[in-house]
Write a protein that binds this ligand. Structure first.
Ligand code: SF4
Ligand code: SF4
Length: 424
């Protein structure tokens, strides 16, 4: 075991390999407030990478309903329970989410899946990572009936009629879209006895070498997010490859420019923004003030990692759903939840502008610039002043070329009078 720095935990932690960091890191922000569970993302991925025999239950991208669902079923509840048993009552954070860049969410005092594995006395075998292997039944159905209303507390088809109001709803659920987080400290890589899993130095994408893999499924057991998936026809394990030809700009469709993955590009709800974060030598995010991901995660702090306490330093970040009771969200996204939701509910001028960048282009945005426009609207939201300006936000690509510009005020186009035939 080595000691490595995990900035999301605000401390060092133990990891089975030495610390190495890529120059850039594949990362993304999903705005849960906007996901409609249309599954377009899942189908875009499936029709590109997992449409063959043996891949029927393989959903590298999946969308699940929380709090009851999950793919594989209850993956997070099962792991949280395992962690709780190893060191009961100690899975907690100390300090505050107060802006200290060394510990932006405070310090996690409990055990990560790497640390818990060592203490898991009574485990059948010594393991590098605490985890479990889901059953075939648990892999069977992604989001099937998870969001079908059945009635309140055991009374079929009887529902609360009360009017729900923010800050939280008494009856609630939300959709959680997930892909591999291309973690900084991947548990899949740590668990693999064949050293078949590697992290690319140029973009931090985590891949399984299909030649080296022998299908032991240790990665499936070890990944806390359950994102490696075993293929029975080839007897090796596969996982999300972050559409790397698109990220590299080598896919013919990209015309040489880094392009976002298929699941990102197809998102109907416009919840997704993906990019490549600049990584400093010590593994922290190098300052890149006008990179939209850096801004959302490090400056505005509206986007938070999924279950940071697992310890893999996931590179997928989420803007939490604002109607959900806070204790549930704090367990899922850590102590930064309250501040993130407060900022998102009454966004300042810059945040309003950056939120316009989601899904305006398939090209990866490396930088943005805002040109000020006139004030167009003001009101009060939850007792706070909210002002909107018709600013223009300009997005730039890898070589500094302008990708697009968009305005805060959506233009209204009126179709001229006349006969317009519908297409069939
Ligand atoms: S999410 Fe799982 S499969 Fe993906 S890099 Fe992290 S540990 Fe590995
Ligand atoms: S395409 Fe977007 S909106 Fe639709 S389910 Fe996927 S993440 Fe949600």
């Amino acid at each position: 075991m080595s000691n490595v720095r995990n900035w999301q935990l605000g401390r060092e932690m133990e990891y089975p390999h030495e610390e190495h960091h890529p120059q850039r890191q594949f990362a993304f922000v999903f705005n849960i407030n906007r996901c409609i569970s249309c599954h377009t993302c899942s189908m875009a991925c499936k029709s590109t990478w997992t449409f063959s025999r043996g891949q029927e239950t393989m959903w590298w991208n999946n969308v699940e309903s929380k709090p009851y669902g999950g793919y594989p079923r209850n993956w997070d509840v099962k792991l949280l329970e395992q962690l709780g048993k190893v060191d009961p009552d100690n899975q907690r954070w100390s300090g505050e989410a107060n802006g200290d860049p060394q510990k932006p969410y405070g310090t996690f005092e409990g055990n990560t899946i790497f640390e818990a594995a060592k203490k898991n006395i009574g485990s059948t075998a010594a393991r590098r990572v605490l985890g479990y292997l889901p059953t075939d039944e648990e892999w069977r159905t992604p989001n099937l009936y998870e969001d079908t209303a059945v009635g309140e507390k055991g009374h079929p088809m009887k529902f609360t009629r009360a009017v729900e109001e923010l800050p939280t709803h008494s009856t609630w659920f939300f959709y959680l879209a997930r892909i591999c987080n291309h973690c900084t400290y991947p548990a899949c890589l740590a668990a693999c006895p064949r050293n078949a899993i590697y992290k690319r130095p140029e973009d931090g994408i985590v891949l399984i070498d299909q030649e080296r893999c022998r299908g032991y499924r240790k990665c499936v057991e070890g990944c806390p997010y359950k994102k490696p998936m075993y293929r029975s026809t080839t007897r090796v394990t596969e996982k999300c490859i972050a559409c790397y030809p698109r990220i590299e700009g080598t896919d013919p469709e990209t015309e040489g420019q880094p392009m976002e993955t298929r699941c990102m590009a197809s998102c109907i709800g416009q919840i997704r923004l993906q990019g490549l974060a600049k990584i400093a030598e010590d593994g922290s995010w190098a300052e890149d003030r006008y990179n939209p991901l850096y801004y959302l995660i490090k400056v505005a702090k509206v986007a938070l990692p999924l279950y940071p306490q697992f310890g893999t330093e996931p590179n997928g970040y989420y803007i939490p759903p604002r109607w959900v009771p806070r204790p549930y969200l704090r367990q899922m996204f850590g102590p930064g939840v309250d501040e993130a939701i407060e900022r998102y509910m009454v966004p300042d001028r810059e945040l309003q502008a950056v939120l316009q960048l989601f899904r305006r282009s398939n090209r990866i945005i490396f930088k943005y610039k805002i040109e000020n426009g006139p004030k167009v609207f003001e009101t009060e939201i939850h007792g706070k002043q909210f002002t909107q300006f018709d600013d223009t936000i300009i997005a730039f690509g890898k070589d500094g070329q302008e990708l697009f510009r968009t305005k805060m005020n959506e233009p209204v186009h009126v179709r001229p009078a006349g006969i317009h035939q519908n297409s069939i």
